[in-house]
Design a protein around this ligand. Structure first.
Ligand SMILES: Cc1cc2nc3c(=O)[nH]c(=O)nc-3n(C[C@H](O)[C@H](O)[C@H](O)COP(=O)(O)OP(=O)(O)OC[C@H]3O[C@@H](n4cnc5c(N)ncnc54)[C@H](O)[C@@H]3O)c2cc1C
Length: 495
């Protein structure tokens, strides 16, 4: 994985840049000491590390605007960061870029039950939104497993998903409005408290833009009343194929569960050893199916899903009898990533999406690849959405093993594209999948996407080196004005 070469002139100006930024964010808001910068050197993709030029922690949109306007004028790169849980290296710093940390934007600004929405600052955690409204029996539906830590600003930037997104939609389906600061310092608003707004859907464009188009400084999301009841089924199968068939059968019956997750044997064993969720250990695949809604409807659907799973060959079936047990069923799934951390010194979490009916084929191919690469793999899936999370186990202390894990991961993602799927379900492209973008998009597609980037950030200062395999000069895409034959910003790196 190669990043753009650092600009030596920027590195040489570090102290001067820090001094100027202190005039915008006074006190301890500018971090320069190497010891303190170490905590920012990576995000959830810990295989890659790079301390930033400096880190800055603004508290107001006005300060963000002044920081970006200064960086724009001086040609300084900026990497936005929420809680740093990205698994695709989206918040990986650059040696010659400032890390713009949004952690101090941590206030809930408005709880509006009349409009069923909440306005928060972007550093509020995903779970913090539900915490702000749960006493009134409301909640925020998208629930990434990292929800205790990840920020809503990061969720917007990655279009985060989670267990409940099968029924309730991803971040983009629950987002009503944002305030965003562009690289030139202008502060814009997209959307508001209502579902639609006039003009192009720029809110949709910004959702999932991975910090490349602007910095989110305020977020308005939809909240939902908590369902009257929710119960979960634990279904064990003798093969992943049968579990996959069961997922397809449930959906084709017109049942949309609140959540439908699958784990394979290595993931089941790891999660059970970690949280003792009561998972059966004599099965090859486990499905957790949650039904939510009015009591009578849930009771009926539990019966229907039990029947369908029996027809698909389920060898064990348990239904949660109370809220505590339902939470326990989920605890194992939500702790699956850290649980794998107990089996192997390092693991690499992939994220690809496939058509649901290709699951047995993809699992079979993955098992073959695991043998070929000599690396173990455990699988957890958002089964209803076809979103896979293979966890490749490796030991970074063994020379060449990280590279082998990366190659294995790339082959899995290529396979996802080959069977008609996509490179990412919810973790974003970042640096992790950047070089695979051309597996999925043609040169024309990529140039078109770059034109959008150029429209918002023609100097390529916001999060460069992420998402796009190659940074074209905006001039090449016909977006930049060339005055008297002189190309502006000739220093934009290509790598
Ligand atoms: C154990 C674990 C489990 C996870 N499970 C899930 C899951 O179930 N579903 C899921 O979708 N993800 C999951 N993730 C990935 C991660 O939590 C999400 O991608 C999350 O949305 C990142 O939020 P963050 O605040 O940590 O963002 P960061 O990691 O700080 O940044 C992520 C990206 O967003 C940009 N960004 C951050 N804040 C802003 C802002 N205010 N304005 C503009 N750009 C910004 C950054 O530049 C970067 O490109 C998991 C991660 C871990 C470690």
């Amino acid at each position: 994985m190669q990043m753009p070469d650092p600009d030596q002139t920027i590195l040489a100006r570090r102290e001067e840049i820090a001094n100027h930024l202190r005039t915008i964010v006074p006190g301890e808001g500018v971090v320069v000491s190497p010891q303190e910068l170490r905590v920012y050197e990576s995000d959830g993709l810990t295989a890659y590390r790079q301390p930033p030029l400096l880190a800055i922690l603004p508290e107001t949109a006005q300060q963000v605007s002044e920081i970006l306007a200064y960086c724009h004028a001086e040609g300084i790169k900026v990497v936005p960061r929420g809680s740093g849980t990205s698994l695709s290296g989206g918040a990986l710093p650059l040696a010659d870029g400032i890390l713009l940390c949004m952690g101090k934007f941590n206030r809930v600004l408005d709880v509006d039950y009349d409009n069923r929405c909440v306005v928060v600052q972007p550093g509020v955690t995903n779970l913090g939104i539900t915490k702000a409204v749960e006493q009134d029996s409301f909640y925020y539906a998208p629930d990434p497993s990292s929800q205790i830590a990840c920020s809503i600003g990061g969720n917007v930037a990655e279009n985060a998903g989670g267990v409940h997104c099968l029924k309730y939609g991803l971040t983009t389906n629950n987002l009503l409005g944002i305030e965003m600061v562009l690289i030139d310092g202008s502060i814009l608003r997209f959307g508001g408290k209502h579902l639609d707004s006039p003009g192009y859907d720029l809110l949709g464009l910004m959702t999932g833009s991975e910090g490349l188009l602007g910095v989110v400084t305020e977020v308005t999301v939809r909240i939902l009343p908590k369902p009257e009841t929710a119960r979960a089924l634990l279904l064990g199968f003798p093969s992943s194929e049968q579990a996959g068939d069961c997922v397809a059968a449930i959906i084709s019956e017109g049942i949309i569960p609140g959540g439908m997750e699958m784990m394979d044997k290595p993931a089941i064993e790891a999660a059970e050893a970690f949280v003792q969720a009561g998972y059966p250990l004599d099965v090859e695949a486990l499905l957790i199916v949650e039904l939510d809604g009015p009591q009578a409807e849930v009771d009926h659907l539990i019966g229907r899903v039990s029947e369908i799973s029996g027809n698909c060959g389920a060898q064990t079936s348990r239904t949660s009898q109370n809220e505590e047990e339902r939470q326990l069923f989920w605890a194992g799934r939500k702790a699956a990533f850290p649980a794998i951390g107990r089996l192997s010194p390092d693991y690499y979490c992939m994220d690809g999406t496939i058509p649901r009916n290709k699951l047995p084929h993809v699992l079979r191919r993955m098992r073959e690849m695991s043998t070929d690469y000599g690396l173990r793999v455990a699988n957890v899936f958002h089964a209803g959405d076809g979103n896979l999370h293979p966890l490749i186990m490796y030991d970074a202390n063994n020379p060449g093993e990280l590279e082998r894990a990366e190659d294995f991961g790339s082959d899995i993602l290529r396979l996802c594209v080959e069977v008609g799927g996509v490179l990412t379900g919810e973790h974003g492209v970042g640096v992790e999948k950047r070089d695979l973008m051309s597996e999925m998009f043609t040169e024309i597609d990529l140039k078109q996407q770059l034109r959008v980037k150029c429209a918002f950030d023609s100097k390529a200062l916001l999060n460069p080196g992420k998402v796009f395999p190659e940074l074209h000069r905006c001039a090449e895409l016909g977006r930049m004005h060339i005055h008297k034959g002189k190309l502006p910003f000739p220093d934009i790196p290509r790598f």
